[in-house]
Write a protein that binds this ligand. Structure first.
Ligand code: SF4
Length: 370
């Protein structure tokens, strides 16, 4: 008999296939509720493959026609995944976290303040509005930060007190082990760094939880020491796309911060946070070639920056909802090449103190570091 954690495809292969194609769910109620809209992985559901929790698209147009279907979970909680009728592996679904059922004294559900990502990450978007999201011509074409706000599934501004309260509960009730704090970009030169500082300080005063802050490069490098001193352990400054042409096309507003500023910000931030504790998100499948992404990854690793390469997911309701996800073979080849670079450089996701690289639910990259 096959155990729930075993799969007939190697885990790295099954994960890249599921993240590229998405999966149809025979029982949509299985596991914790999926997310629609918002920053980070949306239109996804958390699933565990060979002991590793990953985010798999379930609400995208591609997922509705995916060749993969997950059968209803059996008595052991495991669900058989088939492709064209052939069993390809088994997945389990993480349970709904306990803290999601709580609310603040003034009646705001904790799940509108922060949610569980992956297996053990508390994730929040401190500021759910963004200067880049104000007009169709400026918005990042892949982003759905405003959708969950418009649908009432989150609140626009999470106060430091609210974040501290939810973080404490998530640690005590659900054993979360690190926290990701991202933010929409405000119309201030710090580009969100000040909001992250006050939020991190409040969380750290309430509970001992490693925190990754994520924002655009601030105007002044002195913000990096302020972020660290406030309690931010690792910092993500996300390129998303790596060539000027793709940046200008996919994220015309954010591309107004040139690549050169990202490079200088990485150079200033690595000595503050440490090698491998500064990272960037690279969305593969938006038009950057394999060679361009690998050249950028090599440059970043040389600077001590962890390049978290993730397959692009076309989120419903965004301008890119009909853009194809990258083919699994492209992702497999790309991730194995980046994984090889990381291995040679001795940089590992597991050495990161907090954040997306450590979580790894949105990309199989760390499986290729071994
Ligand atoms: S990799 Fe980052 S965005 Fe993805 S689930 Fe983990 S914490 Fe969330």
């Amino acid at each position: 008999m096959t155990t729930p954690s075993s799969s007939s495809l190697p885990a790295s292969r099954l994960i890249t296939e599921l993240q590229s194609f998405g999966v149809r769910l025979a029982d949509p109620r299985a596991g914790a509720p999926s997310r629609r809209g918002g920053a980070g992985p949306s239109d996804h559901k958390a699933m565990t493959v060979d002991g590793r929790t990953v985010m798999v698209p379930v609400h995208t147009a591609g997922a509705f026609s995916s060749p993969y279907i997950a059968e209803p979970p059996g008595a052991d909680g495991a669900s058989l995944v088939r492709r064209d009728g052939v069993a390809m592996g088994r997945v389990t679904f993480p349970r709904q976290p306990r803290f999601h059922a709580l609310q603040t004294m003034d009646g705001i559900p904790y799940s509108k303040i922060a949610v569980l990502h992956g297996a053990d990450v508390l994730a929040t978007t401190v500021l759910q509005t963004c200067i880049r999201y104000q007009s169709r011509t400026k918005t990042c074409q892949f982003c759905s930060i405003g959708q969950s706000l418009a649908a009432g599934r989150t609140i626009a501004r999470k106060t430091p007190e609210q974040l501290a309260e939810v973080a404490r509960a998530a640690v005590l009730l659900d054993g979360v082990r690190h926290m990701v704090m991202t933010t929409g970009t405000p119309a201030t030169p710090d580009r969100g760094a000040a909001i992250l500082c006050e939020s991190a300080a409040a969380v750290k005063a309430a509970v001992d939880l490693p925190i990754q802050g994520q924002c655009e490069p601030p105007d002044d490098d002195r913000w990096f020491a302020r972020l660290r001193d406030a309690g931010i352990d690792t910092l993500g400054m996300h390129l998303e796309a790596v060539t000027p042409e793709v940046r200008a096309r996919i994220m015309p507003g954010k591309a107004s911060v040139p690549l050169e500023r990202y490079y200088s910000a990485f150079e200033a931030a690595v000595p503050v946070f440490g090698r491998g504790q500064v990272s960037t998100y690279i969305l593969a499948g938006l038009g950057d070639s394999r060679e361009a992404i690998l050249a950028m990854a090599e440059r970043l690793i040389g600077m001590g920056v962890y390049p978290f390469v993730v397959p692009f997911v076309p989120v419903s309701g965004t301008p890119l909802e009909d853009h194809p996800a990258p083919p699994p073979a492209f992702m497999h080849d790309l991730l194995s090449a980046v994984g090889g670079m990381l291995k040679r450089a001795g940089m590992r996701a597991s050495d990161s103190k907090a954040g997306c690289g450590k979580c790894g639910a949105c990309s199989a990259l760390s499986l290729f570091e071994d």
